[in-house]
Design a protein around this ligand. Sequence first.
Ligand code: ADE
Ligand code: ZN
Length: 336
Amino acid sequence: MLNEELRRTLTAMPKAELHIHIEGSLEPELIFELAQRNGVSLPYPSVEALRQAYAFSDLQSFLDIYYAGASVLLTEQDFYDMTAAYLQRAAADNVRHAELFFDPQTHTARGIAIETVINGIWRACQDSPVSASLILCFLRHLSEEEAIATLEDAIPYRDKFIGVGLDSSEVGHPPEKFARVFERARNLGLHLVAHAGEEGPPAYIESALDVLNVERIDHGVRCLEDPALVARLVREHMALTVCPLSNIKLRVFDVMGQHNLRRLLDAGLAVTVNSDDPAYFGGYVNDNYLAAFEALPLDASHARQLARNSFNAAFLEPEQKRAWLAEVDRFFSEIQ
Ligand code: ADE
Ligand code: ZN
């Protein structure tokens, strides 16, 4: 059982969130509000019916509903409202800094201009008290040519995002498929991340490092199947953006008591805790900390480590990083 003091610590500690798909923050209530505002019809009669459909058997069963939910986003104001709602919740969870994934192809495929997507999300970030930056993700179930076209389309807005990522259906779509688009992004000076080792094998983590040259691995929980890979990830201080509730909802682990978060930390890996798609997986970043600490043998020293890891792994200027790390240290020295 989680004691009250540890609960308060997890909730109140300053933290960064590095793995959140902004389209995955669309709550059923907002989906219905936007559907009504835009005259979009939904295949669900009510908010409750939609929420009840959130029972997933794997990543693909989630993605099918997630892409359907995003179909209500049409105008710049819609993207603004979705992002503002997430950032408000993040602020309430004491998130100081967030790096938000967005999937332009989900929207451009429906005829929405990439400008509408980026400007709406970006403007909400500018208006937020939480520091926020954007990472443009390519959908790995689509072709590399489509990813390249998306990146070229986004170049006029280059100053509004800091990096690129790779998401959607993992198995059968290895990192090698996206070697050229990541090379192009690297030449543009963008940061590079990729989902790997969520459902896919450890070999995908290795090729994300070797072929895509990523600076962080999103998920990466399957690395423990390969001790040599773990040793490498530790040696290279490679951060893993782990999402505990997501891993349970998508059946990567059966129950939270079987999640390998503690084993990842014990191996010396630079693990961070994140929400992935909070509207679909049962909670925001603090809910992820609370659920993991409730089920696993984790204490305040792990909480401090995870908070430090979150800022250390962020794409921040060294001075800003130092300032937030000092805030974490102050927070933990005051509660002792
Ligand atoms: N898109 C949104 N959430 C995702 C996840 N957990 N894995 C892959 N693609 C995603
Ligand atoms: Zn994700």
